[in-house]
Design a protein around this ligand. Structure first.
Ligand code: FE
Length: 452
C-alpha cells in the first residue's frame, strides 16, 4: 500500500476510513507542531534541509530525498504491511494467531510498553536541540536533522497506537508525551539516559551509536509482540533507526581518524593543543554513553520482563531464530551478581533474566563497531587499549577516581571549546575527518542545508 500524501496526515493505515481516529490525530497534530517549534531543533524552521522522507513502506520507496523546511516535513503513520498468517512465536500464547486488538487483560501492560518507547523519541530531539548551532559540517548538520525528524515520526508511530487502540487513556498518554520534557525537574522523561544533556557533537555521535542502539534492541523485541499493530510499527521504525546508528558509528570513527592523523603529524598522543580530541577523552565519553545506555535495559532480574515475555507482549531479539521452547519455564540464563567481595555469574531463571539477555545481545552488537574503531587506531600505527578492571570499588574511591573513567568538567569544557560551527559547503571542523560515504550519492561538497 502506498502512502497517501494528499491527506493531512500521510499514512498507510487507511486513516480516512476511521473518522474518529482521524479527528483525534488531527487534534494532536497542531500540538505536536507547537512542541516541535518550541523544543525541536533551535532556530531551524527557515532552513532548507536535504531530507529523506518515507513515501512508501516498500523496499524501494521509503527513501525519497528533497529539500524540506522541517516544520513542513510529512510526519506520518507507516506500518510494515501485515502478514495474515503471522503466529505468536513465544510465551503462553505461542502458536496462536497474532492479535489485531488489545486484549483487555493486557491493556495496561501494553500501554506502558508503548508509552515508555514513545517517551524516548521526542526526548532525544529535545536533548539535541542546540547542536545545529555548532555543526562540524553541512553534511553532519543534515544528518542531525534527519535523525531529529525521524525521531519525531517515531513519536507519531507510538501516538497512533495509543490513539487507535487505547481510547481515552491513549489520548491522555499522547498529550503527556508532549508534556514531559528531557531534563525537566518536575516532569522529566521516563528513562534516565533521556534526561542527560547532549551538549556537544562528540556526545551526539556517542548517543546515536549507543543509545539509538538501545532503541534498536527495544524495537526489535517489541516487533516480536503478539499485538500485531505494535509489531508492524516497530518493524518500520527499525529501518529508520539503522541510519541513526550509522551516523553514530561513522561519526565516532571520523573523530578517531582525525585524532590519529594529528597524533602522527605531531608525534604525540596529546593532540589537544592541535585541536583534536585525545584518545583517553574519547574513551571516557564512550564509557559514559555505554554505561547510561546499558542501564536502559532495566534490572538484571525482573519480574516485569518475565510477565511481558510470558504473556507474549515483548519477546527476545530474533525470537523465531532461537532454538529453545520459547516458553522458558525450565530454562536458566547466566547473570552477573554482586557478592560480598566480587562480581560473579550466577545461573538464574531465564524468564526473569530477559532484560539481561537483551543487554548481552546489545553489548555484543556494540562490540562490533568498537572493533572497527580500534581498527582505525591500529591502521594508523598505534596500539591503544583500555581495560576497565571490573572490580568492586568503594563510594570513596569512586569519588576520588571517577574523572579517570568519565569525562570530567574540564574534559567537557575542552570538547565544548572545539564546537564552532562550520557551514560552508565542503568545509569541515578540525577535530573530525570528512566522511567517506555519501548521502543519496551526493558528495561531501553538496549543499546539504541551505540557509535562507
Ligand atoms: Fe527512534
Amino acid at each position: 500500500m502506498t502512502i497517501n500524501y494528499s491527506e493531512k496526515i500521510p499514512n498507510n493505515v487507511d486513516l480516512s476510513g476511521d473518522r474518529r481516529l482521524q479527528r483525534a490525530l488531527e487534534n494532536w497534530q497542531p500540538k505536536f507542531l507547537d512542541w516541535w517549534k518550541e523544543l525541536g531543533p533551535d532556530q531551524s524552521s527557515e532552513l532548507d534541509v536535504y531530507l529523506r522522507t518515507a513515501v512508501s513502506v516498500e523496499k524501494q520507496g521509503w527513501a525519497h530525498f528533497d529539500y524540506v523546511k522541517m516544520p513542513e516535513y510529512r510526519w506520518g503513520i507507516f506500518l510494515t504491511p501485515s502478514d495474515p498468517n503471522r503466529k505468536i512465536d513465544f510465551g503462553m500464547h505461542k502458536g496462536q494467531p497474532v492479535w489485531q486488538e488489545v486484549p483487555g487483560e493486557y491493556r495496561s501492560e501494553l500501554r506502558r510498553l508503548i508509552v515508555t518507547q514513545g517517551d524516548t523519541e521526542p526526548a532525544s530531539v529535545e536533548q539535541q536541540r542546540q547542536l545545529g548551532k555548532t555543526c562540524p559540517s553541512l553534511y553532519d548538520l543534515r544528518n542531525l536533522f534527519q535523525v531529529n525528524v525521524e525521531e519525531g515520526r517515531h513519536l507519531w508511530a507510538m501516538v497512533y497506537l495509543l490513539q487507535a487502540y487505547f481510547g481515552r487513556d491513549g489520548r491522555e498518554e499522547a498529550e503527556s508525551l508532549l508534556e514531559r520534557h528531557s531534563g525537566d525537574l518536575n516532569k522529566p522523561r521516563i528513562l534516565g539516559a533521556f534526561n542527560e544533556k547532549t551538549s556537544d557533537w562528540l556526545s551526539f555521535f556517542m548517543f546515536t551509536y549507543f543509545t539509538d542502539r538501545d532503541g534498536k534492541f527495544q524495537l526489535a523485541s517489541l516487533s516480536e509482540s503478539a499485538f500485531d499493530p505494535l509489531s508492524r510499527s516497530c518493524r518500520f521504525m527499525l529501518t529508520e533507526e539503522a541510519h541513526h546508528m550509522f551516523v553514530g558509528e561513522s561519526g565516532v570513527g571520523r573523530v578517531i581518524q582525525r585524532t590519529c592523523e594529528l597524533m602522527n603529524e605531531y608525534k604525540t598522543y596529546d593532540v589537544r593543543e592541535y585541536g583534536g580530541i585525545d584518545l583517553p577523552t574519547l574513551q571516557k565519553y564512550l564509557n559514559f554513553h555505554f554505561s547510561v545506555s546499558t542501564d536502559l535495559f532495566g534490572q538484571e532480574i525482573s519480574t516485569n520482563a518475565a510477565t511481558y515475555y510470558n504473556t507474549s507482549l515483548k519477546g527476545r531479539l530474533d525470537e523465531a531464530k532461537i532454538k529453545d521452547d520459547h516458553l522458558l519455564h525450565d530454562a536458566s540464563y547466566p547473570v552477573f551478581e554482586v557478592r560480598e567481595e566480587n562480581i560473579a555469574k550466577n545461573e538464574s531463571p531465564a524468564l526473569n533474566a530477559i532484560n539481561e539477555r537483551l543487554r548481552d545481545d546489545y553489548i555484543a552488537d556494540c562490540d562490533l563497531g568498537i572493533r572497527r574503531w580500534n581498527k582505525i587506531i591500529e591502521n594508523s600505527g598505534h596500539d591503544f587499549r583500555f581495560h576497565p578492571e571490573g572490580s568492586i570499588i568503594s563510594e570513596e574511591e569512586w569519588e576520588k577516581r571517577c574523572n579517570e573513567w568519565l569525562p570530567s568538567e574540564s574534559d567537557q569544557s575542552f570538547v565544548q571549546s572545539l564546537m564552532k560551527p562550520v557551514t560552508e559547503p565542503g568545509k569541515i571542523a578540525g577535530w573530525i575527518a570528512p566522511p567517506k560515504g555519501r548521502i543519496n550519492r551526493q558528495s561531501f561538497e553538496f549543499e546539504y542545508v541551505r540557509f535562507n
